[in-house]
Design a protein around this ligand. Structure first.
Ligand code: SF4
Ligand code: SF4
Length: 157
């Protein structure tokens, strides 16, 4: 992650960040409208069977965490709420860029509350978000590989 500062100056990556952020916003709006944000926040903070349990944070690799930092998220090393995922805060999930599991998992209760139309609507916007997220992750990995290669070659001359 030593090349983080240079990422913001790359036009292609900037565009990928922008498109991904817009897709995340779109999903967030749908989740608010359908009551998912409220239900899951309440469940994550109070529910014993919440899917935001300790250990889910291990799904997040350095690239996805870097993207969250880029979006302004504050990452901590110890959980704010004991026994829960490292990223649960008092107002719910603190991340902007979320892993496949966090977006795609709907428990039976939530599925029942949403109905098939609601689940379908969410799956559509989530699918777009995940696709753009993967595109950005791929772009970042390529960018860092290029920088490493150039630095390595420059160091030999
Ligand atoms: S999907 Fe279900 S179990 Fe997971 S946080 Fe939402 S309400 Fe809770
Ligand atoms: S990253 Fe967010 S949504 Fe995923 S388990 Fe942790 S708190 Fe829940």
């Amino acid at each position: 992650m030593a090349y983080g500062l240079q990422v913001g100056q790359d036009r292609h990556l900037k565009e990928l960040f922008k498109r991904y952020r817009e897709a995340i916003h779109h999903t967030g709006e749908a989740m608010q409208r359908l009551g998912v944000t409220e239900a899951c926040t309440r469940c994550a903070l109070e529910g014993m069977g919440s899917c935001c349990f300790a250990g889910v944070e291990n799904n997040y690799d350095a690239v996805l965490l870097f993207i969250n930092l880029f979006f302004g998220c504050e990452l901590t090393e110890s959980p704010e709420i004991a026994g829960k995922c490292l990223f649960v805060g008092k107002e719910g999930c603190k991340l902007v860029a979320r892993h496949y599991y966090c977006l795609r998992f709907f428990c039976d209760e939530l599925r029942a509350a949403l109905g098939s139309a609601g689940v379908g609507c969410l799956n559509e916007t989530i699918g777009r978000e995940l696709g753009l997220g993967l595109e950005l992750e791929h772009g970042l990995r390529q960018f860092w590989r290029r920088l490493q290669r150039d630095n390595f070659l420059a160091g030999r001359s």
